[in-house]
Write a new protein. Structure first.
Length: 139
């Protein structure tokens, strides 16, 4: 809702600036120099307000674009991940990459490559968890 308030403030400032500019254009030479300077100062102030509010909207739009991009990246990653208990693998054009830590991904959406400890046993150096496949047998 802040965006709507910001847009409303811009429109108000533009309306004020337009009214002042129109008044200055339509005025005859009877306006005294001091009054003319005052009206010009009001015009400059209104236009400065417009510029500030427009910058706020630009910042909000950039933040929304970043958020949309992040959500798309998250969705794309989610579509490429496959679960093969007890770990994740990433499907790529060249086949499969991995394994990746399920603890780190499920809790923090981070793709952390696991280190092979033994056959069918992997270790995460980030969350310090060990994962065993059902085929694992200590050797």
């Amino acid at each position: 809702m802040a965006e709507i308030a910001t847009i409303g403030a811009i429109l108000t400032s533009v309306k004020t600036a337009t009214e002042i500019a129109k008044m200055l254009k339509d005025s005859d030479l009877s306006l005294e120099k001091a009054e003319m300077k005052l009206k010009l100062a009001e015009l400059v102030s209104s236009l400065a307000d417009v510029k500030l509010e427009a910058a706020k909207i630009q910042e909000l739009l950039l933040e929304k674009d970043r958020l949309i991009r992040d959500l798309k990246d998250t969705q794309s990653l989610k579509e490429k991940l496959t679960w093969r208990a007890p770990v994740y693998y990433l499907l790529t054009q060249n086949g499969e990459e991995g394994p990746f830590c399920p603890q780190c991904y499920d809790n923090n959406q981070k793709i952390i490559r696991l280190q092979t400890y033994e056959r069918d046993c992997w270790y995460c150096m980030t969350c310090v968890k060990t994962f065993y496949s059902q085929n694992y047998s200590p050797g």
